[in-house]
Each structure stands twice: as structure tokens, then as C-alpha cells.
Design a protein around this ligand. Structure first.
Ligand code: FE2
Length: 298
């Protein structure tokens, strides 16, 4: 098992060559040292997705641990737990037959202003197998574009719409919704298409399932480019897959990845708790200076 020697407080075991790492030996419920949070943040900046094994949270400790990573982002859609505005409980019972929420490639709350920076999902009780979460790196997706495509996208602004988000969530009978459909369907947010990660200066391609068009263009005109970018971002060499265990806390750098839940665990119970950390206004990346549009595609 290859461990990353750059981390001393816990073991960091990369999941794939693209993104993701498993963390062993960190106890976020009991170790309140700010240096632990700083080290986890450093790993999250580098790997974008962390599966932190062996955590034991009650709701209060989960809330406290999450808030050490930053203030709650807000969540206008889901009804939170009593007494904890920042935590949503997702329960799927063995008898449930409705679709799993999030079983498509997406970014959480992409249409918020700003979208959450970190998403945390704690698996209190998960199936013995099935229910993995897949992730794809939008940093890798950006890197693999040709210089000409990067230059064209540099000039575009994406419109991210919440249209349809209500109906996706309303299909789950166990999820309370705190906003009405009409209001949510009307929400739109602009983000640059090529963005810069503030802490590392890395560029990423901000594409997801709610990118409906580019500013100044119609949906029909935008669709071929949006479709191309969406499928490009899902190349298998950009991905990793987190297998859950009871006590796994999965954290992801929300704007820099897309994720998808796998709906393959009917007959099993699954209980998870989600919270989110406030993000940042997406930053348009300046053009790269070290390439020429006449050069070969990367
Ligand atoms: Fe999600």
C-alpha cells in the first residue's frame, strides 16, 4: 500500500492516479488540535476527495468537527436535523424503491452564491457492499483539453440553473424540502468556465449537470459544447470511487469535482449525515501563457 510521505499526522493512501485518498489514523471527533484540521485541509487541496476511515461521531461532535473547517454554507433545499441547521440526515430503508438521491454526475448546490467549498458526508451505517460514490477530477479534465479549446472556453461564463433540482429531491419520500418548486426553479448563478483554485492556483473546468448555457448564447447553441465538456470530464482516467465503511467520513472539494451516487444497494439500510462548508466566489483563471494554439493537443 503506497502511503504519501508528505503527511505525518495520519496515513494518506492515494486511491487513483487522478484524485482521492484514504486517510487512516485521524480522529476528527476527539482530536481538536487545529494542526489536524490544517493537515486534512492540505490533503483535501491536493487530493480533492478524502475517505477518512474509522470516525465515531454523534451529531454534536460531527457538527463541531465540521465547523472547525469553516462556517456552514447554508442549504436552501433540505430540511435539517432538529437543533442542527447545518446537518441533513439521509436515510434509505431496505424497503425503499425510489431512486437514490444524487445518482447522476453533479456538483452539490452548484447554483448557490457561492456554492459550498467542502461537502462532508458521514456514513454512520452503510451497506456491506454497494452504494459507492464516484468522483471525477475537473482539474484533470481541464489539463486534458487542447490549447485551442482552453482559449475558447476562457472567454465563456456558464449559467448554472436550479431548474429541476426540486423535482429530483422531491422523489425521495424521506427528504424534507424547505423551499417551493417555483422559487427554486428560477434560481440561476453565473460561474466562469475555467476557474482557479484559490489555495493552489490550479485551474479546473467548472462543468456539471446544471450548467445549462453560456452567457450571451442560447441553450441550443450551448448544448453541443456543454455536452462535449460533460462527457470529456467523465473519462475513467479522471476518476476514483470511494467504497464506504461504517464510520467513513468522505470530504470533497465541491467545485473541483463532480460526483455520483451508485444506486446498487436495494434491500440494505444506509444512514448518512451531510454538512457543507462555505465556499468562495469562483475565480476566472487568467489565460495560460506557456502554450500556443497552433501546438499539438495535450
Ligand atoms: Fe451530491
Amino acid at each position: 500500500m503506497a502511503r504519501d510521505p508528505a503527511y505525518q499526522r495520519f496515513d494518506v493512501i492515494p486511491l487513483t492516479g487522478a484524485l482521492g485518498a484514504e486517510i487512516r489514523g485521524a480522529d476528527l471527533a476527539n482530536d481538536r488540535d487545529p494542526a489536524l484540521v490544517a493537515e486534512v485541509r492540505r490533503a483535501l487541496d491536493q487530493y480533492l476527495v478524502l475517505a477518512i476511515r474509522g470516525q465515531k461521531f454523534d451529531v454534536q461532535r460531527y457538527h463541531e468537527a465540521a465547523r472547525r473547517f469553516g462556517p456552514f454554507s447554508g442549504n436552501p433545499v433540505h430540511v435539517p436535523l432538529d437543533g442542527y441547521d447545518d446537518i441533513v440526515k439521509f436515510v434509505r430503508e431496505p424497503s425503499d424503491t425510489d431512486n437514490v438521491i444524487g445518482d447522476h454526475w453533479h456538483m452539490d448546490l452548484a447554483w448557490m452564491d457561492p456554492p459550498p467549498g467542502i461537502v462532508m458526508l458521514y456514513g454512520e451505517s452503510v451497506p456491506p457492499y454497494g452504494g459507492d460514490t464516484c468522483f471525477t477530477s475537473l482539474v484533470q479534465a481541464y489539463k486534458a483539453l487542447s490549447p485551442g479549446m482552453k482559449e475558447m472556453l476562457q472567454r465563456l461564463t456558464g449559467i448554472h440553473s436550479a431548474r429541476g433540482v426540486y423535482s429530483i429531491n422531491a422523489k425521495s419520500k424521506r427528504l424534507g424540502l424547505s423551499i417551493d418548486q417555483e422559487k427554486l426553479d428560477a434560481v440561476e448563478k453565473e460561474h466562469p468556465v475555467i476557474c482557479l483554485q484559490p489555495n493552489t492556483g490550479r485551474r479546473y473546468l467548472l462543468v456539471n449537470s446544471v450548467l445549462t448555457r453560456f452567457k450571451g448564447m442560447t441553450e441550443a447553441e450551448s448544448k453541443p459544447i456543454v455536452d462535449y465538456l460533460f462527457h470529456h470530464a467523465l473519462r475513467s482516467e479522471f476518476q476514483c470511487r470511494v467504497r464506504w465503511e461504517d464510520g467513513t467520513l468522505t470530504m470533497w472539494n465541491n467545485p473541483l469535482v463532480m460526483h455520483s451516487a451508485i444506486d446498487d444497494y436495494r434491500g440494505f439500510r444506509r444512514v448518512t449525515y451531510r454538512t457543507t462548508v462555505e465556499g468562495w466566489a469562483q475565480i476566472a483563471a487568467p489565460p495560460e501563457t506557456n502554450h500556443s494554439v497552433t501546438g499539438q493537443a495535450a
